[in-house]
Design a binder for this molecule. Structure first.
Ligand SMILES: *[C@@H]1O[C@H](CO)[C@@H](O)[C@H](O)[C@H]1NC(C)=O
Ligand SMILES: *[C@@H]1O[C@H](CO)[C@@H](O)[C@H](O)[C@H]1NC(C)=O
Ligand SMILES: *[C@@H]1O[C@H](CO)[C@@H](O)[C@H](O)[C@H]1NC(C)=O
Length: 390
């Protein structure tokens, strides 16, 4: 008996040390709660300093650490800089609500929350975390440089889950120069009329997975820009919004390269576009190995669209080469004039495959048209038929 008590006593001394080394339950190592750093969580007082001190302690700690943004509290934070490099691998338990200041009180730069130079960061919202960008104070100002909400730059092995992000002045999540990032169960919400409020903007990044999420926005649900490869989007609901786009690429003569994009099991709900590839003329580079498959369409205006003359303003001296693009298993309704539009540059798009699609006009809609320009490839089992693809 005495031996047992000694054993328990020894264990209780050892276990705090173990916590620092191993992922125990849902926290890692030492915990840094913003409330312990002076945050009020009343939604009105400025909690910016508390967030930056808590982050700085968590980042300096050795081993693993957990930053806690507690639930049932609302924090007004003017800017958040979650930058590394850190000594520790960090988990952010993001269970409270963070509210951006209004336009007149703005103190952050082009992005409100910046996550930069980090390896192995995990952000867990546990379906309680809310990020509100207070965008309605910005949307009316058309000549303002409106900021984005959540910016990830130079991150490796990043995981973000179960968060709600709403009302960004501009893009909600931007991912630049990251390798290996997974976003799961993210709800993005902005009105259909809000300007340039992309859900996700991805550039210069590889191995990005966005899954099981729902995006409602005033612009692209996801935009995949130059320098991106191995980008997967799975089980996403998009709408309202402008669809899931590759591009726009080649703007101002840019050399943009995008490859290996897989969009699977997604639903477009009353969006203006579904699957879209858009490039400017005058650019160079490529968009290749792009697959959209198992796509449900609910009253989409332009379900499948390649547009190589996007906002055309330069002479068509060169263009981004679009090739190896598959649209497979699109099922559902459209409400626009053209179900499938493949508008390629004069040098052409190649190896376009349309397979097992059934895209029909919504009730009371009559059009059943397709259009192509310089599009080369194959059509199989597709309604409407696309005889212009050759
Ligand atoms: C990222 O994860 C992969 C696979 O788990 C691992 O091989 C790699 O070393 C990790 N990179 C960093 C920077 O942690
Ligand atoms: C992305 O999709 C491709 C094609 O389905 C698949 O082979 C790959 O494993 C997926 N990657 C991730 C990270 O989900
Ligand atoms: C996509 O949906 C099909 C049919 O429901 C299912 O068999 C497949 O596993 C799903 N794939 C992914 C990546 O969710």
């Amino acid at each position: 008996m005495q031996g047992f008590i000694v054993y328990v006593l020894i264990l209780s001394f050892i276990s705090p040390c173990l916590c620092i080394r191993f992922h125990v339950g849902t926290t890692y190592g030492t915990t840094y709660n913003v409330m312990q750093y002076g945050a009020t969580g009343d939604g009105k007082s400025d909690d910016t300093k508390a967030f930056s001190s808590a982050w700085s302690s968590a980042c300096k700690a050795e081993g693993m650490s957990t930053l806690v943004i507690p639930s049932e509290k609302s924090f007004l934070v003017k800017k958040i800089d979650f930058s590394g490099p850190c000594n520790s691998e960090i988990l952010i338990k993001f269970e409270g609500k963070i509210v951006a200041p209004s336009k007149d009180e703005w103190e952050a730069g082009p992005y409100w929350i910046v996550v930069e130079n980090l390896n192995g960061l995990t952000v867990e919202g546990n379906s309680q975390g809310v990020i509100d960008g207070s965008g309605s104070t910005w949307w009316g100002c058309s000549d303002c440089d409106r900021p984005g909400v959540f910016h990830f730059h130079q991150c490796e092995n990043l995981t973000v889950s179960d968060l709600s992000i709403s009302n960004s002045p501009r893009s909600h999540v931007s991912i630049n120069a990251c390798k290996g990032t997974t976003f799961s169960n993210i709800a993005i919400n902005a009105p259909a009329s809000s300007p340039n409020t992309d859900g996700f903007d991805i550039s210069d990044s590889t191995n990005v997975l966005i899954q099981d999420s729902h995006i409602k926005s005033g612009d692209d649900c996801i935009a995949i820009n130059g320098g991106s490869s191995f980008i997967n989007v799975t089980r996403l609901i998009c709408g309202p919004g402008h669809g899931i786009s590759v591009g726009s690429l080649g703007k101002n003569g840019a050399n943009d390269k995008v490859s290996n994009v897989y969009v699977q099991n997604c639903t477009f709900r009353e969006t203006s576009n579904g699957a879209r590839i858009k490039t400017f003329s005058g650019g160079s580079g490529y968009a290749k190995y792009i697959t959209y498959e198992q796509i449900t369409l609910q009253n989409v205006k332009n379900p499948i669209i390649i547009n190589q003359a996007y906002h055309d303003y330069l002479e068509e001296t060169s263009s981004v080469l679009v090739s190896s693009v598959t649209f497979r298993g699109f099922k559902g309704t459209y409400v626009g004039k053209v179900a499938i539009s493949l508008d390629c540059s004069s040098s052409g798009c190649f190896d376009i495959l349309l397979d097992q699609n059934s895209i029909v006009p919504a009730e009371n809609e009559k059009s059943d048209s397709v259009s192509c320009r310089n599009a080369h490839g194959t059509v199989r089992d597709t309604i409407p038929n696309v005889p212009c693809l050759s």
